[in-house]
Design a protein around this ligand. Structure first.
Ligand SMILES: Cc1ncc(COP(=O)(O)O)c(C=O)c1O
Length: 408
């Protein structure tokens, strides 16, 4: 069955989300997406099945094994990697600490790393902390305050023969900016550095292709793309094999298990695979591999969200009492703004009264918001769209933000 020429049928999509019955406009997707029924059902099914720990010879243990490989294959399809390079963990932050500690063991005093001021703190602080311990120099790329862009040319000036790592976001969770990852990664590789890409915010909005992006590590978090709370980092298994994380003696030495501590949430892994199936099925059940269907559906998602977002930001920019942070050329449908003479917390309280879920603060984009100078006033207000948001909801968002001019 096909839903027609790569168009997203939002009425059908909304029918997949029982949580939308609460009647709110969920513009808080960047903090975590709602879950479709197939994900909840997959997790529930796994919880009702006999599932034991991995490594046994009886069927319930085989089921645990199957849930792990199902999640690895799904994440590999999402990112364009191989299942044997998918490290699963509780969330992106925890996995980034694991990888940061493992990578730092290969660094020498006087080596350098390059971080970006655009990033979520989870792709900054772990690197800074291990860099300090390893006596490694941290260099920074800055965001253009007016546009919200992260100009790629800065890397030419910051990369040296001592650079070991470039940590970068594929998209800002605060202002949506999508840096030119492929060109930055090419520069990093030319200098001999590895690239650790935070694709947590980008993943529900763009078709990820690890090879085209040239990222050595790609980090994602399933709860941002309609899955459960599970994180993953994807890398070439041969690269993972060169690294040694802290681990227990009896736990497997093989890759990627070597990076996975303790007993994992097998039932949630069923939800990870179901969430990727959900994304791959957004344009109906057209043929092809799951990866091919993801390519088609993420293109339709990008078109659909792009139209809604243009409508939203066009209206916000025209409001005299609203100050939008940045206007990046390439972005996800995520925008942050402040409202004159209102604290962000007051704004979101007012929006909540109008049935809108919106986030306020710095959403852990601490360096960015410090650079933009908004943290001393309580940060900003964020509206983020996902494939289940509608044009009517966007109109309600616009009307509600416009009405704030009268609330003050
Ligand atoms: C861009 C980005 N990176 C990293 C994270 C951290 O992910 P996790 O919650 O899986 O640790 C978030 C969470 O909001 C995020 O938006």
């Amino acid at each position: 069955m096909s839903w027609g020429a790569g168009r997203l049928d939002v009425a059908r999509v909304r029918g997949l989300f029982p949580a939308l019955a609460d009647g709110f406009v969920h513009a808080d997707g960047p903090a975590g997406a709602l879950l479709p029924e197939n994900v909840a059902r997959a997790v529930g099914h796994a919880l009702r099945m006999p599932v034991a720990n991995r490594g046994g010879v009886f069927p319930a243990s085989g089921r645990a094994e199957a849930l792990v490989s199902g999640a690895r294959s799904a994440v590999a399809d999402l990112v364009g990697g191989v299942p044997g390079g998918v490290v699963l963990g509780p969330n992106m932050t925890t996995l980034t600490y694991t990888l940061a500690r493992a990578l730092a063991k290969t660094w020498r005093p006087g080596d350098e790393i390059v971080l970006s001021r655009l990033d979520h703190d989870a792709n900054i602080r772990p690197w800074m902390q291990v860099a300090e311990e390893a006596r490694v120099l941290v260099r920074w790329t800055e965001v253009d305050i007016e546009t919200g862009e992260l100009p790629s040319w800065q890397y030419d000036e910051l990369l040296t023969s001592r650079t070991r790592l470039v940590a970068l976001t594929a998209a800002s969770n605060a202002i949506g900016t999508r840096p030119d990852v492929a060109s930055i990664a090419a520069r990093a590789h030319a200098a001999g550095a590895l690239v650790y890409l935070d694709a947590v915010h980008a993943a529900p909005h763009v078709f990820l292709d690890q090879t085209a992006l040239r990222a050595d590590f790609v980090a994602v978090s399933a709860y941002k793309w309609c899955g459960p709370h599970v994180g993953a980092v994807v890398a070439d298994p041969a690269l993972l094999a060169q690294l040694w994380p802290d681990k227990l003696v009896p736990s497997p030495d093989r890759v990627p298990e070597r990076f996975e501590t303790g007993t994992p949430p097998f039932e949630l892994f069923a939800g990870v695979a179901a969430a990727v199936d959900h994304l791959a099925g957004l344009c109906g059940e057209a043929g092809g591999s799951r990866r091919e269907r993801l390519r088609a559906s993420m293109a339709a998602v990008a078109r659909y969200e792009g139209e809604l977002f243009a409508r939203l930001t066009g209206a916000l920019w025209a409001m005299p009492h609203v100050h939008v942070l940045g206007q990046p050329e390439h972005s996800t449908p995520t925008v942050s703004f402040t409202v004159s003479r209102m604290r962000p917390r007051q704004v979101v309280a007012e929006l909540t009264r109008r049935g809108i879920c919106a986030w306020d603060g710095d959403y852990y984009a601490r360096e960015l918001f410090d650079a933009l100078g908004v943290n001393e006033h309580g940060g900003a207000v964020r509206l983020g769209l996902l494939h289940y948001n509608t044009a009517e909801e966007v109109d309600h968002l616009i009307d509600s933000v416009a009405a704030l001019a009268r609330v003050r």
